[in-house]
Ligand binder design. Structure first.
Ligand SMILES: NC(=O)c1ccc[n+]([C@@H]2O[C@H](COP(=O)([O-])OP(=O)(O)OC[C@H]3O[C@@H](n4cnc5c(N)ncnc54)[C@H](OP(=O)(O)O)[C@@H]3O)[C@@H](O)[C@H]2O)c1
Length: 287
């Protein structure tokens, strides 16, 4: 059985991925907070000795690097931390490891003026999170012949452990009859973490390298997405009120017309992008 090291194992995508690869690989997860039920090594990825020691001891065949500072406003406020967590570890990993390396990037490497984007469209991040993710991509492209960079956008899940997820927040608010505001001017093609995990597993099994985009089959605003979730969960969508991104006065700028075109990955895998509607139905039927 191949050995796979999964950083960011406690995150939204990390957990879904582990659920889907469990039993197929010899797994070691890492994050600062323990994940029950899998072999796990607790530590901070921004500590060079921690990551290099794990790689030396576990000697993975594959590294899937999910760990990242994902709070976009915090990245803007604490730029040095964002670089320590999002960029440096990639450099350290590639210094000591030359096996198959999988990195998850984002549509935030684009400015969001003309999305959805193709892989080779001009990159122009407008916030620190996007800049750090792009720096990590560049390191991989310059140092690793054996790397897969998979850009994705707006991940969603609905499970007990994804406390910060958009779907959890929305469903919980509407169930409590709490009115919420959601932006009408940010567009992406959201993807369910389980669908993304399955795509990743296929790419890993084929040892695909290079740069790919992935996302769901619908290009919609966050507001339309919120309404769609409410309708599927049979909750009162009138509690969702429209707001513009500018009105939120967030620390970091947001790309507005983001999202990713997925023709290249569809060609390689021979399947179309996962359906957003079907993902929501599957989530509800498994409740
Ligand atoms: N969520 C999205 O919509 C989205 C969209 C595009 C791309 N992505 C990318 O997809 C990947 C997974 O995202 P996600 O939504 O699963 O993120 P997430 O839920 O925020 O999880 C982030 C993971 O990184 C770990 N981490 C953060 N700082 C760390 C540190 N200093 N040391 C060790 N581990 C650390 C966290 O664990 P601890 O806090 O326990 O340490 C957690 O396991 C990320 O690379 C992200 O940039 C996400």
């Amino acid at each position: 059985m191949k050995k796979i090291l999964i950083t960011g194992a406690s995150g939204q995508l990390g957990r879904s991925f582990i659920n889907n690869v469990y039993g197929k690989y010899h797994i070691l997860g890492t994050a600062r907070n323990l994940v029950d039920g899998i072999p796990f090594s607790e530590g901070d990825i921004s500590d060079r000795s921690f990551i290099t020691k794990i790689i030396a001891e576990f000697s993975p065949d594959i590294i899937v690097h999910f760990a990242s500072m994902t709070n976009v406003d915090k990245c803007e406020m604490y730029k040095s931390d964002a670089n320590k967590v999002n960029v440096k570890p990639v450099e350290w990993i590639l210094n000591v490891y030359s096996g198959y390396f999988v990195y998850i990037s984002t549509d935030y490497v684009f400015d969001g003026v003309n999305g959805p984007y193709l892989e080779n469209d001009q990159k122009k991040p407008i916030n620190e999170y996007g800049r750090t993710k792009l720096k990590a991509e560049s390191l991989i492209q310059s140092q690793s012949m054996n790397g897969l960079i998979l850009r994705t956008n707006v991940l969603f899940d609905y499970t007990v452990w994804t406390g910060a997820s958009f779907v959890n927040w929305l469903v919980k608010s509407l169930k409590n009859r709490k009115s919420i505001t959601v932006v009408t001017d940010q567009f992406n093609n959201p993807i369910w973490t389980t669908d993304l995990a399955n795509i990743l597993i296929e790419l890993i099994e084929k040892e695909v390298t290079g740069l790919y985009h992935t996302g769901g089959d619908e290009y919609i605003s966050r507001y339309e997405f919120a309404k769609m979730i409410a309708q599927n969960f049979k909750l009162d969508a009138s509690l969702i009120l429209p707001i513009s991104t500018g009105e939120l006065n967030q620390k970091a700028k947001r790309p507005l017309k983001g999202g990713l075109k997925t023709e290249k990955i569809e060609d390689v895998l021979g399947v179309s992008s996962p359906s957003l509607e079907k993902a929501l139905k599957k989530i509800i039927s498994s409740e």
